[in-house]
Write a protein that binds this ligand. Structure first.
Ligand SMILES: NC(=O)c1ccc[n+]([C@@H]2O[C@H](COP(=O)([O-])OP(=O)(O)OC[C@H]3O[C@@H](n4cnc5c(N)ncnc54)[C@H](O)[C@@H]3O)[C@@H](O)[C@H]2O)c1
Length: 362
């Protein structure tokens, strides 16, 4: 193998995550069983126009079909799911088929859910092509589609057979999509603290030099390893895995109320600042950390404020659809400092209202 490569073994589902530069064209060398399998690549039209030829070149001796869908979050729905089922059935794909998800989190989530449900489950491989999907969405086996405006409401826990993160794919990302990935990276820094937080403080300080490939491979690998740690401890999110939702109670409500306004990573960035502000208002997080988090989000080119046009009551009402609700109570992930996050179900309504209003742009 010519490519630069780091490998992470995941016990849960026993699969490997490969992070490297140029690995897309070496898939079959690295995963020889692909040679004899029947494969369907699921991608979106945009990603396929950029990266499908490279993938197909690497899979040259295999039996490969391709299905492309329209890009974007609004297509992560039942209709697209049914279109994929139709294609699989009409073309007589059987249970020995392997689906390859070539794209961002949208393609990964819907292809994974197809794999979890088609003929009671077939194998799938994640080939994430956005930074967000490489550090987060492709890992951990959460698969889903949206239901109306409600995010990820229909889904399954279903682990991939492998994850292939090729840095080369990131070269064609529009700046906004690349930056959105940093929303989840900052989340990992806040969850893990320690060395990752220190590195991020450096990378996300004004005037820092851009990351080179080796630095980026290392960062993607570190985020993947943190996520794998949470997933292995609690695969079905019955306890500690819930912490990975830091910022997401706000983010999912924002995405539902304003479909297509933000990329997921942008909504997460606003959610992280909101969670930090809530922690500060509850006298848990010192103001110095709140300011630092805000600066990092801004330096990453991401939004941090809830827009003034949003009605705080509507946002809080939308949070009632959150999947973390237990015994009728909303649960928030709060933080005392980077590396020290916890779940809190007793956030007073007036403090929440205050935060949602004061996080708003003037
Ligand atoms: N399953 C999980 O654990 C998990 C975790 C986080 C996010 N998600 C989900 O992931 C989705 C967001 O993923 P995303 O941010 O990757 O967005 P996305 O999949 O919508 O991709 C964003 C855009 O970038 C384009 N694109 C993708 N790769 C490209 C490339 N290499 N070059 C040029 N353009 C490219 C896509 O066509 C799309 O238009 C959301 O639906 C979110 O809910 C899932």
């Amino acid at each position: 193998v010519k490519a630069e490569l780091r490998t992470l073994q995941v016990r849960e589902g026993s699969y490997s995550i490969y992070v490297g530069h140029g690995i897309l064209s070496e898939l079959q060398v690295l995963q020889p069983e692909l040679r004899s399998a029947r494969i369907l690549v699921v991608s979106d039209t945009l990603v396929a126009s950029l990266w499908l030829p490279t993938l197909l070149e690497g899979l040259s001796s295999a039996d490969v079909g391709v299905l492309t869908i329209n890009p974007g979050e609004t297509n992560k729905n039942q209709q697209t799911l049914y279109d994929i089922y139709d294609h699989l059935l009409q073309n007589h794909y059987h249970r020995d088929t392997i689906l390859i998800a070539l794209g961002g989190g949208v393609i990964g989530d819907i292809t994974g859910f197809t794999a979890a449900t088609y003929q009671r489950g077939i194998q799938f491989i994640q080939v994430p092509t956005t930074l967000l999907a490489q550090v987060d969405a492709a890992i951990g086996g959460k698969t889903a589609i949206n239901y109306g405006v409600h995010k990820n409401m229909i889904g399954a826990f279903y682990q991939p057979a492998a994850v292939w993160s090729d840095l080369r794919c990131l070269q064609t990302l529009p700046t906004r999509v690349y930056q959105a990935g940093w929303g989840e990276i900052i989340k990992y820094g806040l969850l893990a603290g320690g060395d990752l937080w220190e590195s991020l403080s450096h990378y996300l300080s004004p005037n820092a030099a851009p990351l080179n490939d080796t630095g980026l491979i290392d960062l993607i690998y570190q985020c993947a390893a943190i996520k794998v740690g949470f997933v292995e401890a609690d695969v079905r999110e019955e306890a500690s895995r819930v912490l990975l939702n830091l910022g997401h109670t706000f983010a999912h409500a924002l995405e539902a109320l304003c479909p297509e306004k933000w990329l997921h990573g942008e909504a997460v960035a606003i959610g992280l600042y909101s969670a930090a502000l809530l922690s500060y208002q509850l006298r848990l997080l010192p103001s110095s950390f709140l300011e630092k988090i805000k600066t990092m989000i801004i330096t990453a080119g991401l939004p941090y404020q809830i827009p003034a046009s949003l009605d705080p009551t509507a946002l809080i009402t939308q949070m009632q659809y959150d999947k973390k609700i237990q015994s009728g109570r909303l649960r928030f992930i709060l933080l005392r400092r980077p590396g020290d996050c916890f779940v809190e179900s007793m956030v007073p309504k007036d403090v929440l209202y205050d935060v949602v209003s004061s996080a708003t742009c003037p």
